[in-house]
Write a protein that binds this ligand. Structure first.
Ligand SMILES: Cc1ncc(COP(=O)(O)O)c(C=O)c1O
Length: 432
């Protein structure tokens, strides 16, 4: 799946778009910024001076109005209204209200998305419920390179239900070979390492042809890639909200359950918030109708309200405009990498075709960790995925083309100067 960098120096390193063909140069980046319909939105984000932030694929930046919303949620709603906030401030209804707002970004009609818990918890619930929809089929088919939590949870669900996990890098081939046995295809929309965008519609359709259901992990797609969950007949999906949705560290995850599956959804985590009559305090579990049954326990309200405020920025910018800019940022990055990193031992590990890219670009280098540590010290924040990938995320709402050019220029400087060989950069810390 990883594509090697083209050998040698590319003949024409250009970025093509509405402003014409642009060279990988600071002037070209400035021209793209001048022509950027999202340029004005950047000022609404809190970005520290002297830092180029290319890690929104891990933790989105702070949309400034969120700070006031959190202050009000804590100071007024919690501080003054106390427990009355559940009704008077709409805390109880927030998971589904915010769910509908996220659903609008996923191509989902209202009433199919609930917010709460972590992605890992949502994944466990969704994957188990999906496997129960195909009780006679033994296989959970998943990506061999999936994010670790997805793999761990698939294994646990398989143990719990007496199924088997089949890991592959070629889902179409695996469906052809074992399709009749597959209960669930559990797949990422965007690969967290390489940034490859999978064909959600095509894979969903192939899984359905085999009689399986799908559970998509949308962590690296939600808020960056336009999705069409309803139109593509997706069954279930989960995702986090702290990356391109800018919900803040540890903001709650979401789960999408297609309306046609809701009545029969048999979840393992039958929490009281998903009960038909939660305040009747009944001894037995009777699931609520509709998406409300996908609720589990008490959600992290302050974090959920922060997320709610963060979503307002999508009222300023449509996902199509965001996607177009993300792709252009990625293309400029790759072009600059070809030009400026030539001969420094990097290769582009992300597909070059726009249709196969999410919103980050990964570079492979044997010294990925110390290079990134030195780069962060030089003011450019990206991250590393072991053993050898440097990741750079583009968030059209606040990343500028000048950021991209400068980041690659500084990366070239750091690497060429050997700054990363300083022993302090080999001391491994957590780099998210
Ligand atoms: C693709 C993917 N799935 C799942 C997760 C884990 O999510 P959580 O920590 O919210 O459980 C992540 C975290 O970055 C991720 O990138």
């Amino acid at each position: 799946m990883y594509l090697a960098i083209r050998p040698g120096r590319p003949a024409a390193a250009t970025v093509r778009g509405s402003v014409g063909s642009v060279k990988a140069s600071p002037e070209a980046a400035r021209l793209l910024d001048a022509d950027d319909p999202l340029g004005a939105v950047r000022g609404a984000f809190a970005l520290p001076d002297g830092v180029i932030y290319l890690d929104g694929n891990s933790l989105g930046a702070l949309y400034r109005p969120v700070a006031d919303r959190v202050a009000a949620a804590v100071g007024t709603e919690w501080g003054r209204h106390l427990v009355r906030g559940w009704n008077d401030d709409g805390w109880w209804s927030a998971p589904l209200r915010v769910g509908d707002r996220i659903g609008a970004l996923l191509g989902a009609a209202p009433g199919q998305v609930a917010v709460g818990e972590s992605t890992s918890v949502q994944l466990f619930n969704a994957l188990t419920a999906a496997a129960r929809m195909r009780a006679a089929r033994p296989v959970i088919l998943t990506d061999a390179d999936h994010f670790p939590t997805d793999g761990y949870i698939a294994d646990s669900v398989a143990r719990l239900l007496g199924r088997e996990v089949c890991r592959t890098r070629d889902p179409h081939e695996a469906l052809r070979r074992r399709g009749g046995e597959v209960a669930v295809l559990a797949w990422p929309a965007v690969d967290y390492r390489s940034g490859e965008l999978w064909d959600v519609a095509g894979l969903t359709s192939a899984a359905h042809d085999a009689g399986a259901v799908v559970v998509w992990d949308l962590c690296h797609a939600a808020g960056a890639v336009p999705l069409r969950l309803d139109a593509d007949a997706v069954d279930l999906a989960v995702g986090c909200t702290y990356k391109y949705l800018n919900g803040g560290p540890g903001s709650p995850a979401f789960v999408y359950v297609a309306a046609r599956h809701q009545a029969g959804l048999d979840q393992p985590l039958t929490g009281w918030h998903g009960h038909a009559r939660p305040f009747a305090m009944e001894a037995g579990y009777d699931p609520a109708p509709g998406i409300a049954r996908a609720r589990i326990g008490t959600p992290p309200i302050v974090s959920l309200l922060a997320l709610d405020a963060a979503l307002d920025v999508f009222g300023l910018a449509g996902l199509d405009v965001i996607r177009a800019k993300n792709l252009r940022l990625g293309e400029l990055f790759i072009t600059c990498a070809d030009e400026l990193l030539h001969g420094l031992g990097f290769e582009v590990a992300t597909p070059r075709e726009p249709g196969r890219r999410g919103s980050h670009v990964a570079l492979r280098h044997p010294d990925a960790y110390p290079i990134m540590a030195a780069l962060v010290e030089a003011g450019v924040i990206g991250d590393v995925r072991q053993p050898d990938l440097l990741r750079f995320g583009f968030s059209a709402l606040y990343t500028s083309y000048a950021d991209v050019y400068e980041a690659v220029r500084i990366l070239a400087q750091v690497t060429a100067s050997g700054a990363h060989r300083d022993p302090r950069f080999s001391v491994r810390r957590t780099v998210t």
